[in-house]
Write a protein that binds this ligand. Sequence first.
Ligand code: FES
Ligand code: FES
Length: 231
Amino acid sequence: MSRSPRDPLRNERIAAESDPAADEGGPKLSRRSFLKGAGAAAAVAGLLGVKPAAAGGAEPEPPIAGTAERLGPGPVNFNLRVNGATRTVTAEPRVTLLGVLRDHLGLTGTKLVCDRGACGACTVHLDGAPVTSCMMLAIDARNHEITTIEGLGAPDRMNALQNAFVAKDALQCGFCTPGMTMALSAALGGNPNPSPAEIKRAIAGNICRCGTYPHVIEAALAAAKASRSRA
Ligand code: FES
Ligand code: FES
């Protein structure tokens, strides 16, 4: 069973895994400390490996050997792998993955609701596992495969889970639905025959104000069954 997107330590672990200094016994930069540091315009180039965005097209000056390169608070350029494609982003280091997906890449299927890791509406996959994208810096998502709801399917080619949501009437306002779908998609990927209890656990971090939970569970069971019958 995949982790719940509300796992409070998961995003921190991903950030630490993305930190090359961690492999070298160097100083670790937690997401929290990075957020503080980004506001003060300080981060280490070797630590992050990104280029400051050139203002007015001018190339930024290279860092002096042996010194730290300052990043931010202005925009920097970096690449993200999103839905199977490499996307180049120019964003301030403080911008969350959710902010980049929605505001820079136009992937508005991922929803902003609480902006504090409490509701699951912003759930995306990072290397197949669900994470709350409002709780992760975009820069920490480099070197990971990111999948958003747009990467699962489209209205004219929905996957089994998306079809099941429609067939089982598992949404009302639909605002929680992309996050629910991403959380369940990750869970079904690791467990093709889940019990209702396992499905409930998979969406434990996803809040639906409309109260569609019984239909969501029905949809997940139906999608799992459909996928098993095709296998
Ligand atoms: S918007 Fe990210 S958890 Fe609510
Ligand atoms: S369908 Fe409205 S919040 Fe879930």
